[in-house]
Design a protein around this ligand. Structure first.
Ligand code: GLC
Length: 479
């Protein structure tokens, strides 16, 4: 079995994890210093959001050099030390690979304009829109030509039909694998290749099951992305990556995932991530994704509402159990293990798309900066006095201790998965001889379990066949 099949992967947002030099921004050395937290939790691996040189229009997702470390985050030596420290502890390390676009400040944009996608006319050639809203075409002031950007104008899209682009990225992949990377999270790959005739996207007919900005929701992304031609490009990445783990960020319905899974190991289960905390909706999201066998279960990341804000603090224990008892790999975003909610962000905001609230620093202790920095944090901690790693580590009843128990306990769950349908207010499934039951409501619910509880979210959540509000249980059923 490949190491990642049942892995728990912890997402680190480097700017906000741990600052080691007092400049208020997290860095690679800080991550190395905090690796024992990951060991304590029992996770198998961590994914680092980008730490490459970047003008920060999209906080590192606009890369200006793919094979070095932004000085704010440290150096390649620091990276090597981090890899060594991680591997010594049995932790694997995944990097973020941003393939769809570079920063407009990347030297390639001037040195190799033919690596990018340009309009053949003097203006936008079609109706494509950017994921962040507005037209996907902007005028390059220097040349007067119009270029494509699926995200911010500072992120021009690469032309993956150009073999030189493919080669350049194969080199990037090999560079990091040679330095010890165990895999990659592939950013925004459903935008990798676009229609070569640049045809207009038709009006949307169905509602897209994932949230879109208003203008994007009006169109069906038929030509501006999610193209079958992308698979050759992805195969070239696979060829360079060998058996390193490839996890795809495919912002598409679950039904689109099988073809990506021909090349990739895992794709994030986005319908699950966005499901409201309602039993029926959760079941509808879990069922088809579980059938694919190879999704990465995920409930939050650096782009969307934090879990505590989205499902409410009262449901966090049950959400942790659900995430970690589903079959296959699971991703946990830093801070979710202590129940960190969205913060206030900054005024003026750093991120124009409104994602500062999900990126506040980790809270390690109860000091005013939460132990994140000895300086002025780039974003203030939200509530370190109320929740922090130090206090929760010492408290066996804390959310963080529950994460640890669930990460350990999930190893007991056999393979196999059967969703139990028709149960009011519950998400319940069988994992060989175990039954997992999660009560997604504020009332007690009849639960289909008879065996002794092996893992619970709350003390004694079962009484007279009823599962307590907001609670979850794993039982071993006999026969
Ligand atoms: C992905 C990243 C997001 C970024 C976007 C463009 O969705 O997760 O943070 O803004 O790609 O690179």
């Amino acid at each position: 079995m490949p190491w990642w099949e049942q892995a728990v992967v912890y997402q680190i947002y480097p700017r906000s994890f741990q600052d080691s030099d007092g400049d208020g921004v997290g860095d690679l050395r800080g991550i190395t210093q905090r690796l024992d937290h990951l060991v304590w939790l029992g996770v198998d691996a961590f994914w680092l959001s980008p730490f490459y040189p970047s003008p920060l229009a999209d906080f590192g997702y606009d890369v200006s050099d793919y094979t070095s470390v932004d000085p704010q985050f440290g150096s390649l030596d620091d990276f090597d030390e981090l890899v060594a420290a991680a591997h010594e502890r049995g932790l694997r390390i995944l990097l973020d690979l941003i393939l769809c676009h570079t920063s407009i400040g990347h030297p390639w944009f001037r040195e190799h304009p033919d690596w990018y996608i340009w309009s053949p006319v003097d203006g936008p050639p079609n109706n494509w829109v950017s994921s962040f809203g507005g037209p996907a075409w902007s005028r390059d002031e220097e040349t007067g030509r119009w270029y494509l950007h699926s995200f911010y104008p500072e992120q021009p899209d690469l032309d993956w039909r150009n073999p030189e682009v493919v080669e350049a990225f194969q080199g990037v992949v090999r560079f990091w694998i040679d330095r010890g990377a165990d895999g990659f999270r592939l950013d925004a790959i459903d935008r990798l290749i676009k229609d070569d005739q640049l045809r207009d996207d038709p009006p949307a007919t169905d509602t897209f099951p994932l949230p879109l900005r208003e203008d994007a929701a009006k169109l069906q992304r038929l030509y501006s992305g999610n193209r079958p031609e992308a698979f050759d490009a992805l195969a070239s990445i696979r060829a360079a990556a060998g058996d390193a783990l490839l996890v795809g960020e495919v912002f598409q319905p679950t039904s689109e995932y099988p073809r990506y899974l021909e090349v990739l190991d895992l794709v994030f289960a986005f319908e699950f991530l966005f499901s409201p905390w309602k039993a029926k909706r959760l079941r509808a999201a879990v069922g088809p994704a579980a059938e694919l066998g190879r999704v990465a279960w995920v409930m939050s990341n650096h782009d969307f509402e934090r879990l505590a804000t989205r499902v409410g603090p009262e449901n966090l224990r049950a959400a942790a159990m659900l995430l970690l008892a589903l079959p296959g790999a699971a991703f946990v975003y830093q801070g979710d293990e202590i129940g960190l909610a969205n913060g206030p962000g900054a005024d003026p905001p750093f991120d124009r798309a409104g994602r500062d609230p999900m990126r506040h620093p980790m809270q390690w202790d109860a000091t005013p900066t939460g132990g994140f920095t000895s300086g002025e944090p780039w974003l203030p901690p939200v509530d370190p006095g109320e929740r922090n790693v130090e206090a929760q580590r010492d408290d066996p009843g804390s959310l963080m201790s529950l994460y640890r128990l669930l990460i350990e306990g999930r190893k007991l769950l056999g393979d196999g998965f059967r969703l139990l349908e028709g149960l009011e207010g519950l998400v319940s499934f069988a994992r060989r001889e175990h039954i997992v039951a999660i009560n997604a409501t504020a009332g007690s619910q009849a639960a289909p379990v008879t065996g002794p509880p092996e893992l619970t979210t709350h003390p004694d959540p079962l009484a007279d066949g009823l599962l307590a509000p907001h609670a979850g249980v794993v039982t071993r059923e006999s026969g």
